[in-house]
Design a protein around this ligand. Structure first.
Ligand code: ZN
Length: 170
């Protein structure tokens, strides 16, 4: 098998270096497949962004291609704060999906009054069980996720992918 047909899934030893696209839970991020590709391009540059409606001013998260308030599609990209405070959280110890070593920590993040998005649900990484506390400050972390070959205009290419989570500010 050629090298480009193999990719690694982090934390999924059962798959042993093979890639099963049906089990891929991450979005295709390149321009040919995803109208929200600027979100991922911005992440790659270290910017955390979302879409704002040019007509009514509503800021949505996650970003979208139409405004959920007034249903029009003239949107612009705005930057969000990179830090937030933990409002409340859950830690999952058992039954985590394949490729996600426990604990899986999901938190309501408080971005403060000055932010265009006040609160959102986010994943906390690089944190041991029992370590996180309400009120802790967290910052965004951008990390690489596995990619796999896809057909783009009859050519096979691999689009690099990233995603984000949050970690404690120490
Ligand atoms: Zn709107």
């Amino acid at each position: 098998m050629a090298d480009e047909n193999r990719a690694e899934i982090v934390g999924t030893p059962a798959l042993d270096g093979t890639y099963i696209a049906e089990m891929d839970m991450w979005p295709l991020e390149c321009q040919e497949f995803n109208r929200l590709y600027p979100f991922y391009d911005n992440l790659r540059e270290g910017k955390f962004t979302t879409t704002k409606c040019k007509k009514c001013g509503y800021v949505a998260f996650p970003p979208g291609v139409i405004c959920p308030k007034c249903w029009q599609d003239e949107l612009e990209w705005v930057e969000l704060p990179k830090k937030a405070k933990i409002s409340t959280f859950t830690e999952t110890q058992a039954g985590a999906p394949i490729g996600f070593p426990p604990p899986i920590i999901m938190a309501w993040l408080d971005f403060g009054e000055g932010s265009p998005v006040k609160r959102m649900l986010g994943r906390i990484i690089n944190c041991k069980e029992g370590e996180l506390k309400e009120g802790d400050e967290v910052k965004i972390v951008v990390f690489d996720i596995p990619s796999h070959p896809i057909e783009v205009k009859r050519e096979t290419k691999i689009c690099d992918r990233v995603f984000y989570a949050f970690e404690r500010v120490k």
